[in-house]
Design a binder for this molecule. Structure first.
Ligand code: ATP
Ligand code: FE
Length: 310
């Protein structure tokens, strides 16, 4: 990555197919796969860029939150390389990094609202400037991506569930089934555990029409997300909304948000699908701004499995 915007080369190694066999991520398997992948991945990206290790000015690495075994592989590798090359290592917050997937497309516009919808998190932020934001609301239980994953499991679909639910929902015709969404009053928080239970009940009565149940689930999640974005816009009348995280790959959500954008006359920014789910480019993008701000990992600083946003 050059200048926080220009991606020179990128590569991705995924163990999703291995985890799919178990219906979810197995921590021990994830750690082993990271250990196997890290050297080939770095080698591949250097080859693709025609750069050598000596050309690097800094290394950005995901510091957390996440599975400790996987984080340890990345942080240990990055810190070892940083020490050997005598260059700074920048520890990046994974969720903040998701938002910087948007910086790969265009310069960021502030102030903005940010909707982070991933496999483990659902948060709404007021993004004031690079590296400056406030948390406005977050999920009290399950994340939006988790609602898709758990719903998919109820319907007997594969993992990850989001793309499977979306594919099935597209085939719905009647669109007459509905699932309730949580009412959390005046807050900008989210709750998705009820949707899971309601999906279970709906599936019992409608197991002959999986498309319709998938559609109802997708609509319920979208409605809950859009409702809080609207509430946030009433309180903070900004002109830009940034969306990020795996669930932002959902086209029905994108459509609903774009519609809202037209009605409210605001710009909706959603990263290209490849940068919605986990990737290294977004980590490098945020790493660049942290590096410019002089933030790097201290010698005794390690990964954080639990790493609150604030
Ligand atoms: P976190 O970032 O919170 O630590 P994660 O890194 O596992 O979690 P991401 O890679 O950002 O999460 O996103 C994965 C999630 O996105 C999964 O829950 C998956 O079901 C969901 N997802 C991916 N594609 C879609 C889609 N098209 N529609 C809905 N959800 C999707
Ligand atoms: Fe993620």
């Amino acid at each position: 990555m050059e200048d926080g915007r220009h991606l020179i080369a990128t590569t991705l190694s995924s163990s999703a197919q291995i985890h799919a066999k178990y219906g979810g991520v197995v921590p021990e398997v994830a750690a082993r796969e990271h250990a196997l992948a890290i050297l080939p991945v770095v080698d591949a990206v250097l080859t693709e860029s025609s750069l050598t290790l000596q050309d690097l000015d800094a290394i950005a690495v995901t510091q957390g939150p996440g599975l400790l075994g996987a984080l340890l592989v990345g942080v240990t590798f990055a810190k070892t390389l940083g020490a050997a090359l005598n260059i700074p290592v920048i520890g990046v917050h994974h969720l903040e990094a998701h938002l910087y997937a948007n910086a790969l497309v265009d310069a960021l516009h502030f102030p903005a609202l940010a909707l982070l919808v991933s496999g483990g998190h659902t948060s709404l932020l007021l993004w004031r400037d690079y590296l400056q934001w406030e948390l406005l609301g977050e999920t009290r239980d399950d994340a939006a991506g988790e609602a898709f994953d758990k719903g998919a499991r109820i319907l007997g679909l594969g993992y990850p569930g989001g793309p499977e639910i979306e594919r099935l929902a597209r085939q719905a015709e009647k669109k007459s089934l509905h699932l309730p969404i949580a009412n959390l009053g005046d807050t900008l928080d989210f709750s998705f555990s009820g949707v899971k239970t309601a999906t279970q009940a709906l599936w019992k009565d409608h197991s002959d029409e999986p498309e319709e149940v998938a559609y109802a689930l997708q609509q319920a999640v979208i409605k809950a997300l859009v409702k809080n974005v609207e509430k946030a816009l009433n309180r903070y009348p900004v002109e830009h909304l940034y969306v990020a995280g795996g669930v932002s790959a959902n086209q029905a959500l994108a459509e609903a948000l774009r519609h809202l954008g037209q009605v409210r006359n605001i710009h909706i920014h959603i990263p290209p699908t490849a940068y919605c789910t986990d990737n290294a480019a977004m980590v490098a993008a945020l790493g660049y701004y942290l590096w410019q701000a002089g933030k790097s990992m201290g010698p005794f600083e390690g990964p954080h499995a639990v790493f609150p946003l604030v």
